[in-house]
Design a protein around this ligand. Structure first.
Ligand SMILES: Nc1ncnc2c1ncn2[C@@H]1O[C@H](COP(=O)(O)OP(=O)(O)OP(=O)(O)O)[C@@H](O)[C@H]1O
Ligand SMILES: [Mg+2]
Length: 471
């Protein structure tokens, strides 16, 4: 059957042997290609000047201009044009030379028609792939112009618009989104595209430190404020003066730090730990969280007044599964970013692999995709990533973490993996408790040997609603 798409494909046959031209033309037209003919190299170049051609098949032995000369002329004038060389039987040397000069392939004469057709298809296919790649690269280039945020999805375009709207204001920004959706990237974009870009960008994760440490980290301390405070130390707020302070995992801060933070946001002043002199800073604050602050406010775990201070301009990043159209662009960009892992050898991703990736739920979002591409580059044998190691969706959770019953991506970096596994284990544990004890928090708290408030807080963090387990 003739493929209608082939009608658009034009092949130029160059040979001084009429019988070959006619036979090949019939063969190719029967396959649905449109065919042009030239009897020598000059004629071929003349045709190519005026007609769009997709592939050239040229004989090697021709009077005046040999196939090799034509090939090198084409390399100069039309470097993208694929050429299949027809060489005389037994002249393997010339075939090698043709390939060295950039021929896409060669066939020996008298040739087997099936072989010629296969090589034509293969060559056209490769060219198509290069074209698509080229297009993706161009698209990437224009996207790169905004802060390394790669996207073609309309929802993310809205996010980019929001960033542009506030980039040069002092408004506090709240960036929300699941883990790995690019919250930190947005925070950096807000800084490095603003007038503050020459000033410091200071990032701190609020979850890694306990209350006391976080407080001194953010606000600094005076000499003698506590054992070990042998000298005065400036905090992150001071370091970020005139620049941007990025507070990651803001949902994890304790009530004490919440209170102090509220004051800085309202009055721009604070005191170092153990100090009494008010310090004033001029800092743009960007905070991020993958938790639902509104729920936390409702459950009494996050100050309402602080929430309103932070929520002036919320930016919400959609999860990757809701913008799967970004997958091909992101894959290509990660291929470029991490191609060095395999010495730049890996250049392509097979379409089947891309479509498999476009069906995946991506619980770890863009970070998961990036890790996957990195691994695929490292394990890839040739120049093309043919398959990607996507966990099965069914039963994938246990398989991924290696801990029965607990989801977590074991291919993620260690800390991230551990965090996810613990969180998920905690969630399973609490849900079991709630089921077993019909939502009786008093009883659960006793069994857990923690206070009721802790139980409520943990449940709120994990988005578990105890009421639904009550009888
Ligand atoms: N649109 C994007 N284009 C290119 N790279 C992206 C994009 N979004 C995220 N990334 C990349 O994905 C990785 C994760 O992004 P980032 O660290 O900003 O996520 P996050 O939301 O802060 O995650 P977490 O909640 O786990 O801290 C980074 O390597 C980042 O560069
Ligand atoms: Mg982050």
């Amino acid at each position: 059957m003739t493929d209608p798409a082939l009608a658009a494909t034009t092949i130029l046959i160059v040979d001084d042997d009429r019988a070959f031209r006619v036979a090949t033309r019939t063969l190719l037209e029967d396959e649905g290609y449109s065919v042009m003919l030239a009897t020598n190299g000059e004629e071929a170049l003349a045709v190519l000047r005026v007609t769009p051609v997709d592939l050239v098949i040229t004989d090697m032995m021709m009077e005046k201009m040999t196939g090799l000369v034509l090939l090198s002329r084409l390399r100069e004038k039309l470097p993208e044009m694929p050429v299949i060389m027809v060489t005389g039987f037994g002249s393997i040397q010339t075939a090698v030379e043709a390939m060295r000069l950039g021929a896409a392939d060669y066939v020996t004469k008298p040739h087997n028609t099936e072989e010629l057709l296969i090589k034509i298809r293969k060559t056209l296919h490769a060219r198509e792939r290069d074209r698509e790649l080229h297009q993706l690269r161009q698209e990437l280039q224009s996207t790169y112009s905004y802060a390394n945020i790669i996207t073609r999805s309309p929802r993310m375009r809205d996010v980019l618009t929001q960033i542009r709207q506030v980039v040069d204001t002092d408004v506090t920004i709240l960036v929300q989104g699941e883990s790995g959706t690019g919250k930190e990237l947005v925070a950096r974009a807000l800084h490095f595209n603003s007038m503050r870009k020459e000033a410091p960008f200071i990032a701190t994760s609020c979850s890694a430190l306990n209350e006391t440490l976080l407080e001194s980290e953010l606000f600094g301390y005076e000499k003698g404020a506590f054992t070990g405070a042998t000298a005065q130390r400036r905090g992150r707020f001071e370091e970020a003066h005139t620049g941007t302070l990025f507070l990651d995992e803001i949902g994890d801060i304790s009530p004490g730090v919440q209170k102090k933070l509220l004051r800085v946001l309202q009055e721009k002043t604070f005191e170092r730990v153990g100090g009494s002199t008010p310090i004033t800073v001029e800092t743009r604050v960007v905070v991020a969280t993958n938790r639902n602050l509104e729920v936390m406010v409702r459950e009494g775990d996050f100050r309402e007044d602080l929430f309103y201070r932070l929520n002036v301009f919320p930016i919400t990043l959609p999860p990757l599964r809701e913008r799967l159209e970004d997958v091909p662009l992101l894959v290509e960009s990660f291929l470029q970013k991490h191609g060095g892992l395999a010495g730049g050898r890996v250049r392509y991703v097979a379409p089947e692999a891309v479509s498999a990736m476009m069906q995946h739920p991506w619980k770890g979002n863009i970070r998961e995709l990036e890790n996957l591409v990195k691994r695929a580059i490292i394990t890839c044998a040739g120049d093309t990533i043919v398959t990607v190691d996507l966990p099965e969706v069914q039963g994938r959770e246990e398989e991924q973490s290696g801990v029965p019953g607990v989801p977590g991506d074991w291919t993620a970096p260690y800390k991230e993996y551990l965090g996810a596994v613990l969180r998920n284990a905690e969630e399973r544990y609490l849900v079991r408790m709630l089921r077993q004890h019909h939502g009786n928090i008093n009883q659960i708290a006793r069994l857990m040997e923690v206070d009721r408030k802790t139980v409520y807080r943990k449940m709120a963090d994990l988005g578990i609603v105890p009421g639904t387990y009550r009888e």
